[in-house]
Design a protein around this ligand. Structure first.
Ligand code: CA
Ligand code: CA
Ligand code: CA
Ligand code: CA
Length: 425
């Protein structure tokens, strides 16, 4: 079985000496990724958009290149960090699909964009697993890049177009080891598994024959969240699983069941965190905020396009293309608003069955649009005001101030923040 051949490939083996990598990525502009944050995407799978891959709509995946693979766009030729995905078996029928405006019209897709269709019978893609970054197999290898030791934040995101003919079947979207996966269950709900055997099924209904963006995100030690179209729909209370076994896309870990039927596109795998102070070869892999979610990034880009501007200011609370007093007012109106997400609250219909009863404060598209949570951390506080303030300064406007709407002490905030903290301390 060719899957076993893939499993024998060791980490660090440079499968693709592609000297044109830098040019290729620059030319692509990571089309459709709408990358806006500073997280580190260690894998970007465009599923056919890289010209070097030789994808032709209707052809089998990998048929246009000598590696019989769909390419990972992030890495350096010969450095061991290009983790391609190989269709298995190689004569199966996973095929390139037109996902541009004239095809399945994935949100944000440009003319000519390509994705991959899975038939729900036997199609899958296989590659190196990634697991918890702290336990990544290449950590500490002086000959390989990306020492993730001490890094625990891990996320995966992609676009999914489930075929309605697949309704009623359990389908695995991807499985990174047996411990971590995202799936659709028999009842048509989105779900995920993190570090173990418990499946968390959300209350989010799968929409068939249309596109949905799904992110699975382990925020470090915990929690882990399932984010569907930019909104948190499921939580789990554990680390990201450590197993370094294969990554399977489109089927279960064994590659023999739970086949996905439909089209997948633009999948990326990321880490965040900073281990530069811990290890000589460590790095700052960035800080995640909601704008790193490709669905949210697309909403922000679309709003800017509608306004005829290049991009929204990070301090534009009401997203109207202007920085003015209305942004301050809206921020003040939501001062200390907090998005509490609890799995044990029967009244909270966002989440599914309770596993232990977890309560977390987290941000998403809802907290951004409904409570002025500019940094997507779930709380509207001074951190968000600093974003507004810096945006005003960057735009050449006078630094704004505001009055904290606290009954005990009405305190003017602005340039005197340092003095303020001393007085209160
Ligand atoms: Ca890579
Ligand atoms: Ca694509
Ligand atoms: Ca505004
Ligand atoms: Ca905030």
């Amino acid at each position: 079985m060719s899957r076993r051949i893939a499993s024998m490939k060791c980490f660090g083996f440079a499968r693709r000496p592609r000297a044109s990598w830098v040019l290729g990525v620059a030319a692509l502009g990571l089309a459709g990724q709408a990358a806006s944050g500073d997280i580190f995407r260690d894998r970007v799978y465009l599923f056919g958009d890289d010209p070097a891959e030789g994808a032709v709509v209707g052809n089998r995946v990998g048929s246009g290149n000598e590696f019989i693979a769909t390419f990972d766009e992030t890495g350096t030729p010969g450095a061991g960090d290009l983790q391609d995905l190989v269709p298995e078996p190689v004569d199966q029928e996973a095929i390139y699909e037109n996902v541009g405006p004239s095809g399945l019209a994935r949100p944000g897709a440009a003319n000519g964009a390509i994705g991959i269709r899975f038939d729900g019978q036997d199609d899958l893609l296989a590659g190196d697993g990634f697991g918890n970054p702290n336990n990544h197999p290449t950590n500490g290898d002086p000959d390989l890049p990306n020492n993730f030791s001490g890094i625990f934040e891990r996320g995966v995101q992609l676009w999914v177009y489930p075929d309605s003919a697949s309704q009623g079947r359990f389908q695995t979207i991807y499985a990174d080891s047996g411990d971590n996966r995202v799936f659709i269950n028999e009842e048509g709900k989105w779900g995920f598994r993190q570090n173990g055997s418990n499946d968390t099924v959300s209350l989010a209904d799968v929409q068939y024959d249309t596109w949905t963006h799904v992110e699975y995100h382990s925020f470090g030690s915990r929690p882990g969240a399932l984010i569907v179209n930019g909104v948190i729909k499921g939580l789990w209370n554990d680390w990201y699983g450590n197993s370094a076994s294969e990554l399977i896309v489109g089927a279960n870990q064994a590659g023999n069941d739970e086949f996905f039927q439909g089209v997948l596109d633009d999948m990326s795998v990321f880490v965040a965190g900073d281990n530069s102070a811990l290890f000589p070869d460590g790095s700052n892999f960035g800080t995640y905020d909601g704008s790193d979610n490709d669905w949210i990034a697309l909403q922000l880009a679309n709003k800017a396009a509608d306004l005829g501007i290049a991009e929204l200011s990070p301090g534009d609370v009401n997203m109207d293309g202007q920085l003015d007093q209305t942004d301050i007012n809206e921020f003040i109106a939501h001062w200390l608003d907090t998005q509490v997400i609890a799995t044990n609250d029967p009244a909270d219909t966002r989440l599914g069955p309770t596993f232990g009863g977890f309560t977390w404060i987290l941000g998403d598209w809802n907290s951004r649009t409904q409570q002025a949570d500019l940094n997507y951390d779930g709380v509207t506080d001074l951190d968000d005001f600093f974003i507004i303030r810096q945006a005003f300064i960057d735009a050449g406007l006078a630094a704004p101030s505001f009055t904290i709407p606290e009954p005990a002490s009405l305190v003017l905030l602005g340039l005197g923040l340092a003095a303020l903290s001393r007085r209160r301390g």
